[in-house]
Design a protein around this ligand. Structure first.
Ligand SMILES: O=P(O)(O)OC[C@H]1O[C@H](O[C@H]2O[C@H](CO)[C@@H](O)[C@H](O)[C@H]2O)[C@H](O)[C@@H](O)[C@@H]1O
Length: 347
């Protein structure tokens, strides 16, 4: 049994033991430490049977967490009251925000109701989807023309002025890494082939290694393999999302930069009249939340049903609450003066 698993087994016996062992995990490499802690938290959630719903003692944690990150739905009126005559630009993450997290990444479909709600929102506000997926894939899921799309965690941006790939200019700050990314993808596919359940997803400017279906006893091996491959690519780094390792080139560009790029392209950057509203559920969305926090204006909403640290100010429990929020936003837009927003040029 390796080090990580030994810890997982010991830690599951009780939270006090967990505290005793906490300092030892700092000796582990960053990725391994993150994976370990997340698997421990996941396993303890599994054991207590509250992984996907808010019940029991988690309910109390969630309720007190909500005091710090109030529900975007409950706070809707007060949020909007703060924004008279402001131009709102809407940014939406895809997986876990517009579509529920499902077992098969290829089947993370958006409901027709959610599509309608996004369509309505985009009629009233410039709206962009910023996803970790490839831009083509997320467009294929969303199937709406009146939006802007950024894929690969913001590394592949569709110009707001054109949705015509042939004529339109996209911003792709990691373009020079493409050959290496393709190589990394091939090597990872080869290296992880024998680990049952491991799945390598090509997201154009980044690669995802999914481990949702990998048996717990093989997790450490998978992680080791990814680590070993990535040692040969020092200009790339690995972060962790929901049961997925996300590999990206190490450049100073993330979802926060993509949001700023859009604000700038739409002529809305650096003006207090414009308010970005960003909804996302994952670690990479935190980069956009941080920009909003730094700017001191904007609305950052985390989608989470389990308390976690975030740079967002508000929360929504799951995509069904995101749907309710978007419907409300569209209704609110229709009930206010038509001149307060600048519609997207693609509408
Ligand atoms: O930025 P996002 O749009 O949230 O993309 C982040 C990752 O989302 C996808 O994986 C996640 O959703 C899958 C479908 O629900 C789920 O099976 C997986 O476990 C989740 O991690 C996508 O497949 C990844 O490539 C993205 O990096």
């Amino acid at each position: 049994m390796n080090f990580s698993l030994l810890f997982s087994h010991v830690l599951l016996k009780g939270k006090s033991v967990l505290l005793i062992f906490l300092p030892f995990t700092f000796g582990l490499p960053a990725l391994r430490r993150t994976l370990l802690w997340r698997s421990i938290m996941g396993l303890s959630g599994l054991l207590s049977g509250h992984r996907n719903s808010v019940q029991g003692s988690d309910f109390h944690n969630y309720t007190s967490w909500l005091k710090q990150y109030p529900s975007g739905l409950e706070s809707f009126e007060s949020i909007m009251k703060e924004l008279p005559r402001k131009k709102i630009v809407v940014f939406l993450d895809y997986d876990g925000t517009l579509s529920p997290i499902v077992d098969d990444p290829d089947r993370a479909f958006m409901s027709p109701e959610m599509r309608e709600a996004v369509r309505e929102v985009a009629k009233g506000f410039p709206t962009a989807i910023i996803s970790g997926r490839s831009r083509e894939k997320v467009k294929e899921f969303v199937k709406l023309r009146n939006l802007h799309y950024a894929g690969s965690h913001g590394l592949d941006i569709m110009s707001p002025n054109s949705d015509n790939e042939a004529n339109g200019v996209s911003y792709q700050p990691a373009k020079k890494f493409l050959p290496k990314i393709q190589q990394i993808k091939r090597v990872l596919e080869e290296e992880t082939r024998k680990i049952e359940g491991a799945l390598v997803e090509d997201n154009t400017f980044c690669v995802s290694v999914h481990f949702r279906h990998v048996h717990e006893r093989e997790l450490a091996e998978l992680e080791k393999k990814v680590e070993t491959v990535m040692e040969k690519y020092p200009d790339f780094h690995v972060t962790q999302g929901k049961k997925v390792m996300e590999i990206r080139p190490t450049i100073n560009w993330n979802k926060g930069h993509a949001m700023e790029y859009y604000l700038h392209s739409l002529g809305h950057n650096d003006t207090d009249d414009v308010v970005p509203l960003y909804i996302g559920d994952d670690q990479t969305d935190e980069d956009a939340f941080k920009v909003i926090q730094r700017k001191g204006h904007g609305i950052a909403i985390l989608v989470a049903s389990i308390p976690k640290h975030t740079n967002a100010s508000y929360s929504l429990k799951d995509p069904s609450e995101v749907l309710a929020f978007l419907l409300r936003l569209a209704r609110w837009r229709n009930s206010t003066a038509p001149s307060i927003t600048t519609p997207s040029p693609n509408i």
